[in-house]
Design a protein around this ligand. Structure first.
Ligand code: ADP
Ligand code: MG
Length: 701
């Protein structure tokens, strides 16, 4: 079937017309024949079985019965009329009942002819009755394309109240299949079909809408899910390949004195295998002709900083500059402080540029960047300002990428004639399946190993009623010289209340931990930045033992001496937030703790989140659970949900199919990048049509 047929506007289908077409467009986004064919059922009703009236039970399942109407009467009742039919088969009698549309039904029902009725059965006044059954003459039923497994299509209130019932959709689908003469173009190559034993497109489309049996239905679902995921992967991977062939990066052919000296003489610790592997991946990117566009994932504390530093050394070895951008001032300062010693030992010039950099210092930085005297620049968004011009920016590293938008990332590109290599680092693990779908066009490196000797953080769940015990535990830890975070939720919708909770909490902490023995800091979003910094600073220096805060500390501060994280109202936090918060402790040599405080009222999901936190420290496991609880749309935010708007596949449930689809897409593009092999013609055609009719793939820089 050619593409033109499939692109026919839906109003041209027999039985549709302008009114229904309007509804189908508005309610289901069905504009063309193709859209209707791709309206896949949510579920199927098993209509393989016909019940005898004598074996009816008081269940609420939908069932079907063959029989005849032997009598029809209208019953007056207080509020309106009802139409009651006596329905009979060889084993007994029951009633069919209508409250609406009585006249039409009365005029159209045929007495004494065989019908199949379908619906829910009630037990009422000692008889079984079926209100508003779906009815079909047995003679029609037997000829119908509709099969035993009856599809249930997505619908809306508006559709069903306007008479576009499931049955109507089904009839339209039949009409469409008749018009198409079951002649849909194959979209996969022989080779893929054979190797994966997939059923042909025609067969799959037919069986998804009119299943011949459950085995064929399962095969159809598999084939269509594979196809959907395969084309997404094909587009993502192709985009990546085109990017690599079109956008030349600066080739950094050599690993020189900076890198080697650091590696030989100044390495502060032995790198983990994961760190070594990732550095190798980055080195190979930087050495190639193409611009690097890599995502580095590694849990909090997995040691991304040194990987970033050594990557920057490669840029420097090749005569280029590098920059590292972090989302907050505090984080940039920390990065700067950890890098400056290494830089000094290697004689590398490094500067820090943030919102609070003085004008004169700023001017000096701008100048030295442009004349090339400054090799490394660390900072915040301030790096993105137009005045910041590099002589030769070779590598830009972005920490904690979810805080920066895509637009900001692309701004870094324009700092040069050629785009620099880009490495994005994130501590929020993205489940592999999601990463494959959403970041499928980026290259991904993963640090999946913590440095040795790190003690797992002990996590417990405590109810508010046990607060005194928790306070006693905190006092013990503080007496050993440790520091403590106490974090309160702050959610926009309930901001006023949340602030009240925070202040109440702060007061009770101050009461419980009085001066002069204890010093308590507080940090929240309503404070002036200068006050915030002052309080943070006191805590970082160890002048205060307790930091009461809202989630402002979520990102990246490093206070190795802080060993206890208390999270208040933990049931209100999402899993990834809880995990991020917990990552603030466990940075020193001491045993660290995370205490999740909650009320007794917990939803099922909240319970799952808490149990997951208590059970594991593994960020990837937590991310997978989070994905299952929240679904992909929520996890990624609305920005990218379009990509995940799948018609039939589900990236959580179908992750196995996704992996196969990705590896096939990769294999095919590797051996036939332009899809010129005649064998791949069906793939090439489908790909071209997708590109023509839908273009949602430019969501990432
Ligand atoms: P993150 O991935 O959260 O940015 P960091 O780079 O800040 O992690 O590293 C966390 C801590 O672990 C730092 O104190 C760092 O010096 C230390 N570290 C990193 N890698 C290693 C290693 N291979 N062996 C021992 N300690 C390491
Ligand atoms: Mg970090």
């Amino acid at each position: 079937m050619n593409a033109n047929f499939l692109q026919t506007p839906i109003e041209y289908l027999k039985g549709v017309g302008p009114n229904r077409a309007d509804l189908l467009k508005k309610e289901l986004g069905i504009f063309t024949f193709q859209d209707l064919i791709h309206l896949f059922p949510n579920r199927y009703l098993d209509r393989t079985k016909y019940y005898n009236i004598s074996e009816l039970q008081k269940t609420n399942a939908d069932i079907q019965i063959k029989g005849r109407i032997i009598h029809l009467k209208t019953v007056e009742q207080k509020r309106g009329k009802r139409l009651v039919a006596t329905f009979k088969d060889d084993t007994g009698q029951m009633e069919l009942v209508w409250f609406r549309g009585i006249k039409w039904i009365r005029d159209n029902l045929k007495i004494n002819e065989s019908y199949v009725v379908f619906g829910k059965v009630n037990w009422f006044q000692n008889t079984f009755s079926m209100p508003h059954p779906e009815m079909e003459l047995l003679s029609v039923h037997e000829k119908s394309l509709r099969s035993a497994m009856q599809p249930v299509y997505p619908s809306t209130e508006k559709l069903s109240s306007s008479g576009i019932t499931n049955k109507v959709i089904n009839t339209l689908m039949q009409q469409l299949f008749l018009d198409a003469q079951n002649n849909f173009e194959e979209t996969l190559s022989e080779q893929v079909l054979n190797e994966l034993k997939l059923i042909p497109k025609n067969r799959a489309l037919f069986n998804i809408h009119f299943p011949e049996n459950s085995e064929l239905l399962a095969k159809s679902q598999y084939r269509l899910k594979f196809e959907e995921l395969f084309y997404i992967q094909l587009q993502l991977i192709r985009k990546n390949l085109i990017h690599k062939s079109k956008i030349k990066g600066f080739p950094f052919p050599k690993v020189g004195a900076y890198f080697n000296t650091f590696f030989k003489d100044h390495l502060p610790f032995e790198l983990t295998d994961a760190q070594k592997r990732v550095i190798k991946e980055i080195r190979s990117d930087l050495g190639s002709q193409a611009q690097m566009n890599r995502l580095l994932q590694g849990d909090v504390g997995s040691g991304k900083t040194i990987v970033a530093f050594m990557s920057m050394l490669i840029a420097l070895d090749n005569g280029f500059q590098a920059c590292l951008m972090a989302p907050t001032e505090i984080l940039s300062v920390q990065h700067y402080n950890s890098l400056i010693e290494w830089c000094n030992s290697l004689n590398i010039s490094i500067s820090l540029l943030t919102g609070s950099t003085t004008t004169s210092k700023r001017r000096e930085i701008h100048e030295n960047l442009e004349n090339g005297n400054l090799q490394l620049l660390i900072g915040t968004h301030a790096l993105l300002e137009d005045k910041v011009k590099f002589k030769s920016l070779g590598l830009a590293i972005i920490d904690e990428q979810h805080r920066f938008g895509v637009a900001q990332r692309s701004k870094l590109w324009h700092k040069n004639i050629s785009p620099p290599h880009i490495l994005v680092m994130t501590a929020t693990p993205i489940p592999r399946t999601l990463a494959m779908s959403v970041y499928g066009d980026l290259d991904i490196s993963i640090i999946d190993e913590l440095p040795p000797g790190r003690k797992d953080i002990k996590t417990v769940h405590r109810f508010d009623a046990n607060r005194l015990k928790v306070f006693r535990f905190l006092k013990d830890e503080i007496s050993k010289g440790r520091q403590v975070y106490i974090v309160y939720p702050l959610i926009q919708e309930s901001e006023a209340l949340d602030y009240k909770d925070l202040m109440d909490g702060y007061e009770s902490v101050v009461r419980e931990f009085p001066l002069p023995e204890y010093q308590v800091s507080i940090v929240h979003g309503k404070m002036k930045p200068a006050d915030k910094d002052y309080e943070m600073d006191r805590f970082v220096k160890g002048e205060t033992q307790i930091m009461v805060a809202t989630t402002v500390i979520e990102v990246g501060v490093n206070v190795p001496n802080a060993s206890v994280m208390v999270i208040e109202s933990a049931e209100r936090f999402g899993l990834s937030q809880l995990h991020q918060l917990r990552g603030r402790v466990g940075r020193g040599a001491e045993q660290s703790y995370c205490i999740l405080m909650t009320s007794h009222k917990l939803t099922h999901d909240a319970r799952t989140r808490l149990e997951t936190m208590v059970r594991t420290n593994d960020g990837f496991e937590i991310a997978e659970t989070d994905l299952k609880l929240r679904g992909p749309g929520d996890l990624m935010g609305t920005q990218q949900s379009g990509v995940l708007n799948l018609r039939i596949a589900d990236i959580v449930k179908d992750s196995e199919i996704l992996k196969i689809a990705r590896s096939y897409a990769m294999q095919i593009l590797k051996s036939d990048p332009r899809l010129t092999d005649p064998q791949n013609a069906p793939i090439k055609n489908t790909y071209a049509q997708l590109a023509k009719f839908r273009n949602i793939w430019n969501y990432i820089s």
